[in-house]
Design a protein around this ligand. Structure first.
Ligand code: SAM
Length: 397
């Protein structure tokens, strides 16, 4: 059937109406006139797929990636880069507004929007190696990813030599192009070819180090970070550097800062270059050990990191006036919200990779008002947006 796409949803899908029912069409954009096929008909909505582009939107560009339209990774490659970040900014503004929160976020652009990812996860099913297709667990076989750093693309080509039938391979690389390969599989593997990769730092099989080391060193804004193979690190080194500066600017010399969900200490240590004292809380033991080592490595002796669930620190003996939170997509737990409402720090910086859960949490943190916000393009050409919001306790203004 013939449709015209009217706008995007929050997940980068074009929206049109079929017999008055909202219909989501991946890889389409406003202004496209399309022939589509309905792939899923639900009570309140349909999902469709493009059969033919009858008349492309005047803003449509030719996607650079040969897998675009099949692979589930990118949503916006048919947009100019600047249009894609405007779209993300509007998505965030509109979602906040729908929930009664008004923001005018600054955009933090990605100056190099391709070849930025320092980590990818390849799925392997029946010897097919690649990413999941859009809305499915079928594999689209790839031998390069335009979002990944060049070094990772060199490594992807060698993956078939591992002889994995079913499993997953995570490839990470650091600022010096050193590589960690993390393999999860029950199959018998052959590492003879990948051992020859230049600057291979380590191979980890089912959480055991079978070659080299199980960590490498990252560097952002002149701070060095030990990063264990299973510790979180922002996937976009260039843009996260801008984000860490925002965390640094959030604090002053007399501040005592609590950094919840602190990972290997990136935001906390950036803050510790200025603040009086920083305490971080993180649930991954390796990341906590990294963070404490990183404090020493960078002579930031005013920072320490604690191994704990952020939701279990109600007895924490720290009189902090500033709080940084950077939770995973699920957002803050009820216990963490209660902890914040109990302690009421003067200011909070809430960094989130899912603005939907962030908004849910902000509505609960009603003792605070929003004083600043950013949309940070850490995940260019995907629909994901990093949303940063600074909050001030209403009564101290
Ligand atoms: C989005 S990452 C942020 C890490 C760090 N702030 C950074 O920018 O590198 C979220 C971190 O929260 C940690 N985490 C997840 N659930 C947690 C919990 N319940 N309590 C404490 N940390 C948790 C993860 O291990 C991860 O390191």
């Amino acid at each position: 059937m013939k449709v015209e796409i009217l706008r995007f949803d929050d997940f980068g899908r074009g929206i049109c109406y079929v017999n008055d029912k909202v219909t989501f069409v991946p890889f389409s954009m406003p202004g496209d006139v399309l022939e589509i096929e309905i792939t899923k008909g639900k009570k309140n909505y349909n999902e469709g797929k493009i059969v033919k582009i009858i008349k492309p939107s005047k803003n449509r560009v030719v996607p650079s990636c040969p897998y675009f339209g099949v692979c589930g990774g990118c949503a916006y490659q048919m947009l100019q880069y600047d249009d894609s970040i405007l779209e993300k900014q509007n998505n965030v503004i509109n979602y906040f507004k729908k929930n009664g929160l008004l923001i005018k976020p600054n955009i933090i652009k990605n100056d190099i929007p391709y070849n930025y990812r320092n980590k990818i996860t390849l799925k392997i099913v029946n010897k097919k190696i690649g990413y999941f297709k859009s809305s499915s667990h079928d594999i689209v076989e790839i031998n390069k990813c335009l979002l990944a750093e060049n070094k990772i693309n060199e490594v992807i080509k060698l993956m078939p030599s591992l002889n994995i039938v079913n499993g997953e391979v995570i490839i990470r690389c650091n600022y010096k192009d050193e590589v960690l390969i993390i393999i999860n599989t029950n199959d018998k593997i052959d590492i003879s070819k990948i051992k020859d990769i230049k600057d291979l730092k380590g191979i980890i099989l089912n959480n055991k180090t079978i070659y080299g080391d199980n960590y490498f060193i990252e560097e952002v804004n002149d701070i060095k970070y030990n990063v264990a193979y299973d510790a979180f690190f922002q996937v976009n080194r260039l843009v996260c550097g801008k984000m860490f500066k925002i965390a640094q600017n959030f604090v002053n010399v007399d501040d005592i800062v609590l950094d919840l969900y602190s990972g290997v200490g990136t935001l906390g240590l950036s803050a510790a270059t200025k603040a009086r004292k920083v305490v971080g809380v993180e649930i991954n033991k390796n990341a906590v050990d990294n963070a404490n080592l990183n404090a020493k490595l960078n002579n930031l002796t005013n920072a320490k990191f604690i191994y704990s669930d952020a939701g279990s620190i109600k007895n924490l003996e720290l009189n902090f006036n500033k709080l940084i939170v950077d939770p995973p997509r699920a957002g803050l737990s009820k216990d963490t919200i209660n902890f914040i409402k109990e302690r009421l720090p003067e200011e909070i910086m809430y960094i989130s990779c899912d603005y939907h859960t962030q908004v849910r949490d902000l509505k609960l943190l009603d003792d605070y008002e929003i004083i600043d916000s950013y949309v940070c393009d850490l995940f260019s050409y995907t629909y994901h947006a990093e949303s940063i919001v600074s909050l001030k306790l209403k009564s101290v203004r």
